[in-house]
Design a protein around this ligand. Structure first.
Ligand code: NAI
Length: 734
């Protein structure tokens, strides 16, 4: 029989026993997606299955690509306008209807998941009666839509609720967007079985068909009830109010609409029949996909992240290199973390400190992390031992012989940094890449006195290194393209995300996060209620509240940076602009002896175990003023705007050159709220708060900046480049 033309992305293979294998294989793309060709192919495939039903025993769905199925096409989704919402709704209906026809055909359908099945891929698998996944590192299973501000709308909410029950569907699958490997997916109930080889995958699929000739979904069986109950049952209903309350607590009041809509779709959908549940799910999806937050999140977490990681900023035409053996200088908090990250990526590490004990202590940090991972089943004893064997602690510079890269992480002191580079530059490999993990010092200054200053570069990690995905690469004035390319490759080798910036004091991240902290601290100086300032940061979506973050970083640090910066500005003939936060910080340290967490006292009080307790009551006593109050939205926007405006200044000064780097760096490095899509996307997609819906996009942002300038000072004056673009009706970037 000739294939109908409409089956363009699905191959139809029927064997002599009556088993039809639908092979997902889009000829025009490297991965299968829910594009229009797939939609028509799916309809055609299900039509044909229905037409030839009598000669069919069962159906296997698998893929000819490395991934099983990649999900929705984000280029389409980010472009959806409210006017097209109905269209999006209708298009989704097609897939939902076809998957429903498939699962109610009366024949066993098996998903033979041969690679990643995330989002739409897992939704296809959910419509199958039996799900088996190939157990390889590439197999990832889950519904990560929430991380892009969306929900799974091809039956993902409706079916996971019916498969796992409301609570497990929300907690294990929908709200966090957790991605499982094959065995964990099986243990969590997302799939039924795993297979070790592609052959076994298909053999098991066939065996299921042989054994279950008349399959149906559990939710279509007579007497089916949603596991764990539904709000229609009094016991469940009594617990229901805790759901939104917990969610609110988890989000800390931050404006992420997807979790709310997911919760609503799951709960409402559980009380109605399957078809109605799918309609409810679709309605909540349309609301999300036409809103600004999903566009921001898709831009940042998909397009920008891809641009950054794929090397849009890496100099072209330089052959990639891998590092074999790295010298980490300084085994303190950062050096220990960097050593772990490098060893984890298979690199030999020589970890050097001033004494063997200090170096050994740095290595012990890796042991601690690995023991924890071992106890949680996340690593094996063999892997643990192999990783540790790659770290050689030492106090002897001679042990650095042969290292092809150096990452320096000694105290933040120019003279000391100069000294350690001088000491090792003739011991390591003659062309070794020379990196400093300084968090604030100019790279050009540190490179002075290093013989090969073209090979010298900043590699700014974030703490804790094992958890933080970003590394800021800083190009000094004399850094060569070769060094930049090698630094980029090294960051990718250890599976982190590299952004590239030009040299300046504080680079991009340390400088911009300083604005956030200063703004919060300045509000204390204005007499505002400290708890409100903290709450404003949380509700704006910052992962760390502003005063608690200041305490973590210690209050003496900004003082030191401030003094050094003042000296540099004045030496260059400029005028130093003090910040209203300065006085608060000075009083906290000098008058009240509260330098932050490491000193046992800061904006917060700390228990004997070092744990943060309550806000220090003295703040209210010494700073708060009766009647001092400003709108809550102003508190939030002062923090957001201070960082966004300083980022624009970074572009004007040439510190930043890439919008994707700015967006990703701000979210991954310094906790700029993810719902914004990053500092620049926040400006481009700006939406005024309640009652200020007239303020939209860059012009709205500029108007609002001027309002903040009038109310709170010239640091909110919109930079010239922004004003010009707003007047021309452009975005900051396309
Ligand atoms: P730390 O004080 O924990 O560690 C510094 C280590 O360097 C100590 O173990 C010290 O014994 C060692 N050291 C001193 N002189 C040495 C020498 N001549 N040879 C070898 N080792 C020597 O400091 P931390 O926090 O690890 O910071 C290190 C660097 O990383 C600083 O430049 C800092 O600005 C930067 N940084 C810190 C971040 C943080 O969150 N703490 C974040 C990003 C960068």
């Amino acid at each position: 029989m000739s294939e109908p033309a409409a089956l363009s992305t699905i191959r139809w293979e029927k064997d002599e026993t009556g088993v039809v294998t639908l092979v997902l294989d889009d000829p025009d793309q490297s991965a299968n997606t829910m594009n229009n060709a797939f939609k028509t192919s799916l309809t055609a495939a299900v039509d044909r299955l229905e037409a030839e039903k009598d000669s069919i025993r069962g159906i296997i769905i698998t893929s000819a690509k490395k991934t099983f199925f990649a999900g929705g096409d984000l280029r389409d989704l980010i472009a959806v306008t409210p006017a097209q919402a109905q269209q999006a709704f209708e298009a989704g209906n097609g897939i939902k209807r076809d998957l429903r026809r498939l699962e109610t055909l009366g024949k066993p359908v098996v998903a033979a998941v041969n690679g990643a099945a995330l989002g739409g891929g897992y939704e296809i698998a959910l419509a199958c009666h039996h799900r088996i996944a190939l157990d390889t590192p590439a197999t990832k299973i889950g519904l990560p839509e929430v991380t892009l501000g969306l929900l799974p709308a091809a039956g993902g909410v409706t079916r996971t609720v019916r498969l796992l029950g409301i609570a497990d569907a929300l907690l294990k699958v929908l709200l966090q967007g957790t991605q499982y490997n094959a065995t964990r997916a099986r243990d969590a109930g997302l799939i039924h079985d795993v297979a070790a080889t592609p052959d076994e995958l298909l053999t098991k699929a066939r065996a299921f068909i042989d054994e279950h000739p008349e399959s149906q979904q559990p939710w279509d069986a007579k007497g089916y009830r949603i596991p764990g109950g539904t709000p229609a049952q009094p016991k469940f209903a009594a617990n229901l109010p805790a759901f939104p309350a917990n969610l609110k607590k988890q989000l800390n009041g931050a404006p992420y609409p997807a979790p709310r809509n997911i919760l609503a779709a799951a709960v409402e959908g559980s009380q109605v029949d399957f078809e109605t549940a799918q309609t409810i799910e679709a309605r909540y999806f349309v609301e999300l996909v036409t809103g600004q937050v999903s566009k921001n999140m898709i831009q940042a977490f998909f397009f920008d992240l891809q641009a950054v990681n794929s090397g849009a900023n890496r100099p072209k035409g330089i052959a990639p290199r891998t590092v074999e053996k790295v010298a980490v200088l300084g085994a303190g908090m950062m050096g220990a973390g960097i050593a772990y990250a490098c060893a984890k990526a298979g690199i030999q590490v020589v970890l050097k400190d001033v004494t063997p004990e200090a170096a050994q202590k740095g290595k012990a940090y890796s042991e601690g992390l690995l023991d924890k991972a071992l106890s949680r089943g996340r690593t094996t004893e063999q892997k643990r031992d192999e990783l540790l064997a790659r770290i050689t602690p030492t106090a002897d510079p001679a042990d650095l012989a042969g290292c092809d890269a150096v990452i320096e992480a000694v105290f933040e002191d120019v003279a000391l940094k100069h000294k350690v580079f001088k000491e090792i530059q003739h011991i390591v490999a003659p062309d070794a890449l020379l990196c400093s993990n300084t968090s604030t010092l100019p790279i050009t200054l540190l490179a002075e006195g290093v013989e090969r200053d073209q090979d010298f570069i900043g590699l700014h990690f974030f703490s804790p290194v094992d958890k933080m995905p970003l590394v800021e690469i800083i190009k000094g004035e004399r850094t060569g393209d070769e060094a930049l390319a090698r630094a980029f490759d090294l960051v990718r080798q250890i599976k982190k995300t590299p952004i590239v910036v030009n040299d300046s004091r504080g680079f991009f991240t340390s400088r911009v996060i300083g604005q956030f902290i200063n703004e919060g601290v300045a509000m204390i100086g204005e007499g505002l209620e400290p708890a409100s300032v903290e709450q404003a940061a949380a509700q704006a979506g910052y992962p760390a509240k502003v005063l608690s973050l200041m305490d973590e970083l210690t209050l003496t640090l900004p003082r030191k940076i401030r003094e050094e910066s003042r000296r540099a500005v004045e030496e260059a003939g400029g005028t130093w602009q003090p910040h209203p936060a300065d006085e608060v910080i000075d009083r906290m340290v000098d008058e009240f002896g509260r330098p932050g967490r490491s000193g046992g006292a800061g904006f917060y009080e700390y228990g004997d175990d070092g744990r943060r307790a309550a806000l220090w009551p003295g703040l209210r006593e010494h700073f708060a003023r009766e009647g001092a109050t400003i709108p809550f939205i102003d508190m939030q926007e002062r923090m957001l705007f201070s960082e966004a405006l300083d980022t624009v200044r970074c572009f004007e000064e040439g510190v930043l050159t890439s919008v994707a780097d700015a967006n990703i760096g701000s979210i991954f490095g310094i906790g700029f709220p993810g719902w914004t899509g990053g500092v620049i996307q926040y400006i481009n997609g700006y939406q005024g708060g309640p009652g200020r819906e007239d303020l939209v996009g860059l012009p709205g942002f500029v108007t609002r900046a001027r309002e903040l300038q009038t109310a709170y000072g010239d640091r909110f004056a919109p930079p010239a480049s922004l004003v010009e673009k707003a007047e021309r009706g452009e975005k900051f970037s396309d």
